[in-house]
Design a binder for this molecule. Structure first.
Ligand SMILES: [Zn+2]
Length: 307
């Protein structure tokens, strides 16, 4: 199932790139920022592998090396698929204009100048890599010869940067997806379903942690719930550079629960980014989890209370 999702997003990624070439003559996969960051291929590689990773995670599995390897394969299929697709939609119109709108004759009806070899995908592509312009002549000699600036020449360097973009895009995409969630440490069979509690800044952090840790240690359901409720009711203005986001996470498979604390740091643009190494996931007793979920009105069906 995950592989089918993967093939769908791979097809979508190829389709978007070809649509852009056809409509705007713009190659998304060649787009770079500051000449070196392959933003376009990063995004298309990420999109290609997204469906597969999503499918694997939907089944409750943690992403492992073989999953990332398959994600990379999908990204490389996308890269080759786009090049092949571009060849397939390269036509020469009656007035000798090379276009990607299926107008006129397909480029395979032409041959490289001074040869009678058809312009196959291989010939077309290797020529495009070597030259900035391609001279072709009609194999049936109807249109005569013409030269067109490919304008899309990819030197080997660009090709390598682009390939790296596709590969890294698929890898980053997978780690971003899995980093945003928490895999159940108890059964290892699902991702935790998370319920928002509150957000606090550094001023309140130490005092609430002392209280919560003590309640967890004593397995004091009431004290834990009271402290959470108390904090939820405080409508404090957060102004610090660091914010702590508190959530309760419960496993849909084994019903075990955890307190999840994300450490978010402000960036230059004013938005917050999580410091992954600082995330705290603390096991809670079933009693505490059930009580908290009940008080926030999200009691999971099938969860049981043990006092
Ligand atoms: Zn579990």
């Amino acid at each position: 199932m995950a592989k089918i999702f993967g093939l769908l997003t791979t097809a979508a990624s190829i389709f978007i790139a070809l649509l852009s070439i056809s409509l705007f003559n713009f190659k998304v996969h060649s787009l770079t920022i500051l000449f070196i960051i392959p933003a376009g291929s990063l995004a298309l590689g990420g999109l290609a592998a997204f469906g597969y990773y999503h499918g694997v995670m939907k089944m409750g599995k943690k992403l492992v090396k073989t999953n990332y390897l398959f994600g990379v394969i999908l990204a490389l299929i996308t890269m080759v698929g786009i090049e092949y697709g571009e060849y397939m939609i390269t036509y020469v119109s009656a007035d000798n204009v090379v276009n990607h709108r299926l107008q006129g004759e397909h480029i395979s009806n032409y041959s490289l100048n001074d040869s009678n070899e058809p312009l196959t995908f291989y010939n077309y592509y290797s020529n495009k890599l070597d030259n900035s312009s391609v001279s072709i002549s009609s194999r049936s000699n109807v249109n005569g010869g013409l030269t067109f600036e490919s304008g899309r020449t990819m030197s080997t360097f660009n090709l390598v940067v682009q390939g790296l973009g596709f590969i890294l895009g698929s890898l980053f995409g997978g780690s971003m997806l899995s980093d945003s969630k928490n895999h159940c440490q108890s059964c290892q069979r699902a991702y935790l379903k998370e319920h928002e509690l509150f957000e606090i800044d550094e001023v309140d952090y130490d005092s609430i942690m002392v209280d919560l840790n003590q309640s967890i240690h004593d397995d004091n359901v009431y004290r834990f719930s009271d402290r959470i409720q108390q904090q939820k009711q405080i409508d404090n203005e957060l102004c610090e550079n660091i914010r702590y986001n508190f959530k309760i996470g419960q496993c849909p498979k084994c019903q075990e629960g955890y307190l999840i604390i994300r450490h978010n740091k402000i960036k230059d643009d004013g938005t917050y980014e999580e410091v992954l190494e600082q995330r705290k996931v603390t096991y809670l007793s079933r009693g505490i989890v059930a009580d908290i979920l009940k008080t926030i009105g999200n009691t999971e069906k099938g969860s049981s209370v043990h006092f």
